[in-house]
Ligand binder design. Sequence first.
Ligand code: UDX
Ligand code: UDX
Length: 441
Amino acid sequence: MNLAIIGTGYVGLTTGTCFAEVGHNVICVDNNAAKVESLRRGQIPIYEPDLEDLILSNVSAGRLSFTTSMAEAVAACDIIFIAVPTPPNEDGSVDLSYMEAVSHEIADCLRPEYGYRVVVDKSTVPVSTGTKVSQVIYRYAYEGVEVDVVSNPEFLREGSAVADLLHPDRIVIGADSQRAMDMMKRVYQPFNAPILEVDLHSAELIKHAANSFLALKISYINAVSAVCEKAGADVELVAQGIGMDKRISRNFLNAGLGYGGSCFPKDVKGFINISEQLGTPMEILREVERINASQLERFLNRVREKLWVLRNKKVAVWGLAFKQNTDDVRESVAIKLIRRLCDEGAHVTAYDPKASETAAAVLKGYKVDIVDDMYDCVADAEVLIVATEWKQFAVADLVRVRELMKLPILFDGRNIIHGENAIHAGFEYHSVGRRSLYPQA
Ligand code: UDX
Ligand code: UDX
């Protein structure tokens, strides 16, 4: 099938590439001409495992191309996916101006002679946005165009986006027209995954409800981690114990510094806002946000308790990305942590395997030394903080790290380092929701 993807960001680029990989012809459209140019030259603007190879092979096979021309894509493609940003406004509501602009542009490019078209909303949007997209298209399009709007939310995680897309747990298609539903089922037929067919509004709600539930699960275990710290219990064992119940599952029960990224913070806010507008406020999600913010504060308090005054202390931070296997620093808790440390006068040196450049851009004005080597990062440091769950931090040579540091203090904000290894290397080891460990005298 011929598919257009509007918006070639994390979501649009990976989705379009995976559609091409299963055999569709895909045109990716972006209004950022420089991005389109570099994609045409084979330069991939983001880091995502396996993505580069897939893009290059599908471009060579003639199934994937990039353009700034909406008209070209709308003329050639039966189905047009919208994957443009839907960022939060100051008040937590969702900024739908890109959605509106793109809907209007699609309308301008549609012609009755092209025949039936399906416009699909991939971006996370408040319930009922699909109806508005449809209204905008019919308001501005030529008379005689035939379009249905569908919601097909994306559940990919950055860092494992390609695998998530090619092997999804489920595909949700929300359509109020059988003709559109049948076309969408053809798109997903090669994926061999269960398809849930629902109405438009239910599909839109599934996305907000799913992401908010996952955020709630993380905040739940983080709240439990605070109790564990006071009670002398171990949150990892508690997570294991409750996660072995299949009704709960161990996934997304990793305590840490809290959730970040371009989705959870924004989607929780968006769901709170739309539920309030509908007169059925999801109060529980306010608590989810409160717990998420308090997790970093509690952790900082413990670092402060240990070092007393942070001014002029040399602090090494491992991790800048909002999670492992990505260069994305949007709403990264590691970045928030570094800003707080700098505000208090600490000298911060940081390392991340992939996010140095993206982090440097958002840390402008902060005196942070971002280095290229995880061991150089810790030289002379008085404390090492692990802020992102990269695997390479879990398997670091802690004896070498200890030798390089001025003081043997390790704060593991993601519970990924083996505590016993840390104390054998001579560290005192502080983590989240567990007792601190000290080397034997
Ligand atoms: C975005 C949204 O953040 C998310 O809510 C939604 O679920 C999917 O789309 P992401 O792919 O991570 O997620 O955004 P981003 O990496 O910022 O990429 C968006 C792309 O859209 C950019 O390349 C931008 O240039 C492009 N864009 C934006 C357009 O092509 N047209 C526009 O009008 C606006
Ligand atoms: C999320 C959803 O998982 C995905 O389905 C949706 O399409 C987009 O939003 P993403 O934000 O890419 O994906 O990454 P995810 O793996 O969900 O992690 C989000 C944040 O939660 C990260 O900051 C991560 O460190 C944190 N997290 C995750 C935890 O703190 N504990 C966990 O157990 C899991």
